[in-house]
Ligand binder design. Sequence first.
Ligand SMILES: [Zn+2]
Length: 319
Amino acid sequence: MKLYFNLLTLFFTVAFYSCSNKTVNQSFHLPKVSAIDEKEEVFLQKKILINEMMDASKILHQISWPILIENKDICNNKDSYSLGILFATEKDLPERDSAFFRLLFNENINTYYLKKFNAMSFPIVISVAKNSPAYKAKLNENDVILEINEQNVSNFRKKLKESLAQSSITHFTILRNDKIIKKSIQGIKACNYNVQAIPAPSPNAFADGEKVFVTLAAIKLARTEDELAFLIGHELAHNIYHYNYKKGSEANSLAINYLDMPKLKNLNSFFLFSTQSKETEADLKGVEIAFKAGYALENVNDYWRRLSVFNPSLISSSS
Ligand SMILES: [Zn+2]
């Protein structure tokens, strides 16, 4: 029986290993793959990844906006203004993907504008949060940003961050349907924690003091917006009550960056104080945080239970 069990374990280990690691078995002849085919395949996979990140970021952006607004009174990082916009810029991707950004997001832009506005590529609007200042100013998804405060878009996020910190109004020059439009958006105060998607196969969420990360798996597992609101509320509670992070900015919200991660330095300190009582506090305060933004929390326990399927350690720790 024991031998049988061991053999079974070995079988599963080998089966799992051969699926999850693409090791080359020398006894098989693999079909020859040209460098062009390989490049094409990488492109196709990356396109899926970036589209998944973009879709997940839009979902998180729409859910988290009212939460960040309605809880500004308990946040200690609400000094800079928020507009309710999620951007994608070339620098959000690794340098090797620069051409890729242009292909995915700037392909239909006449190169004449690059010269005219002295830019290598233009940021685009990925999401406009419902009822946000940007929404009221009629900014649209896919609007192309040609200028920020009459300046070119190099170091766009730095310029945006400075603008949101210094003034309630940010000016954008926008390209939409080959027409140039000017928009001046009056920002409002909100919690400035960034809620981002992170590619990971296990449904989970993390807080590092500055940002909240929700895994793509957790987003796919959720059946309602309420479930994700509860998860975001829990992580925000960690950021608000268990950290002392002050210098937040909406400009740091990254929609397509698939490499951004919880900051390890912060995470370490998080593990140090992560105790059952802090978890219980985050659960209770998290419910309050999501409830204040209008989310219905009657059925979210089921989400927590479904999460436990993938994180059995939660079964004992989340009562
Ligand atoms: Zn927690």
